[in-house]
Write a protein that binds this ligand. Structure first.
Ligand SMILES: [Zn+2]
Ligand SMILES: [Zn+2]
Length: 427
């Protein structure tokens, strides 16, 4: 029998009933993944980070299996004019009217008052519509089971960037590269591989790391696969989290976690969720009675940390209350039936905690924003309408419309070092 054991390939003898007849024998010293026996029961094909190898189990001899995977980013060419009836450029709360946005290749070259003479090349007539920057969903785990339609659904709801903070590593890379290459229509993806866990996992996209040596192999995999961030999950000890930050920052990527302290102290960049699971067995951010205290607010504020609250249910409910017909929006047909049914039956937010500017998560979000934390909108859901719900929830908490929209445009662009988030020349 063969399996990946503490990150490396191991084999052991078994009886015809599958009972082990001896201890596992490690046959690689390097990271291994997805083993597959050859028909001769002697060779195993396996993946080692970004290579395919074949090992002879009896002699230990390893050879490479040829693999040539390349892709070319699909960068738009030519000139496009977007004629905007109204423009929310997110540089200021002021709405502009009747402008032409001139785009050459993949850059905006100018934003000018509309004139018929500007209309050379391809023209997008949005003269009866409002144009604004593409929205960023800062926390949604991309899942293959939604099929390629999921990418089109994000775009149809105006979401042009997704940060996927935990996935199986090779699917994460495939999602990013396929969208970048234009093979599948979808948003740009900032992703990572496994949620890094210790000994046990919470979710299918977690990995149970059981030794310091395996941890180092996982960090190397994150580097070689060029993940955009690394996620320190609930059971990773504080000491390993500190090492993760040193490693991630040495390769120029951020670390995200649910934790606030000592995460802020050792330089973890992002803190996800108002509450959620914690390695301490209780939430160090928000108390059981849904109150977040000043020391937590100041840790966010003074470290200027990136805070993704994820309080969308009350906001999505608000959108459905304002427009009951929204549940029948044809864009939801891009989703599996269970999501469509959730929307119509309103199950998805039946238990939504109300968002209150004076208490609970609503007050926590406002206090952190005022203290200097950078609020970025995310939902931890696969359904694009919830990002609109998250933005609505911020207005219920007391943000102005402009502040709430910044949390899904300007702020995440800054957090991702993405040259976007506003509509102006050079973006
Ligand atoms: Zn989470
Ligand atoms: Zn999550």
């Amino acid at each position: 029998m063969a399996a990946i054991y503490e990150g490396v390939l191991a084999v052991w003898p078994v009886s015809t009933a599958g009972e082990p007849l001896g201890p596992p024998r490690r046959i690689t010293t390097e990271s291994a993944h997805a083993p597959s026996w050859a028909g001769d029961s002697r060779h195993i094909l396996y993946q080692s980070i970004d290579k395919l190898r074949i090992i002879d189990v009896e002699t230990g001899e390893v050879r490479m299996a040829p693999l040539d995977l390349k892709y070319t980013p699909a960068i738009p060419k030519g000139r496009i004019i977007v004629h905007a009836g109204k423009l929310v450029d997110m540089k200021s709360p002021t709405v502009r009217s009747n402008v032409d946005i001139v785009i050459e290749g993949n850059r905006i070259t100018s934003v000018v008052p509309h004139a018929a003479g500007n209309h050379a090349g391809q023209v997008v007539d949005a003269s009866s519509l409002t144009v604004m920057p593409g929205l960023v969903e800062f926390h949604s785990h991309l899942q293959k089971d939604f099929g390629e339609a999921a990418g089109r659904a994000w775009l149809a709801f105006g979401i042009t960037t997704i940060r996927s903070p935990g996935n199986t590593p090779y699917e994460a890379v495939e999602d990013r590269e396929a969208n970048e290459a234009g093979v599948r229509p979808g948003p740009r993806v900032y992703g990572t591989g496994y949620l890094m866990e210790w000994q046990r996992v919470y979710y299918k996209m977690g990995i149970a790391i059981s030794s310091v040596a395996q941890f180092e192999m996982e960090l190397q995999r994150a580097k070689v696969l060029q993940h955009d961030l690394i996620k320190s999950y609930v059971r990773l000890p504080d000491l390993q989290q500190k090492r993760m930050v040193e490693f991630a920052h040495s390769i120029g990527v951020p670390v995200a976690t649910h934790e606030i302290y000592p995460a802020a102290f050792v330089g973890v960049d992002n803190t996800e969720h108002t509450g959620a699971t914690s390695r301490r067995g209780y939430s160090p951010k928000i108390a059981t009675l849904q109150r977040s205290y000043e020391h937590v607010v100041q840790l966010f504020g003074r470290s200027g940390r990136i805070f993704c609250p994820m309080i969308s249910p009350a906001g999505t409910r608000r959108l459905l209350d304002l427009d009951p017909d929204l549940a029948n929006d044809p864009r939801f047909k891009l989703y599996p039936l269970w999501i469509q049914e959730q929307l119509v039956s309103r199950q998805m937010n039946a238990f939504a905690a109300p968002v209150d500017p004076a208490a609970g998560s609503g007050k926590m979000v406002m206090d952190i924003m005022r203290a200097g934390g950078l609020v970025v909108a995310g939902t931890d859901t696969p359904n694009a309408i919830n990002l609109h719900g998250e933005i609505a929830a911020y207005t219920l908490a007391g943000m102005t419309n402009y502040e709430a929209l910044k949390a899904a445009t300007v702020n995440p662009a800054r957090a991702l070092a993405l040259d976007a988030g506003t509509i102006e020349a050079g973006k």
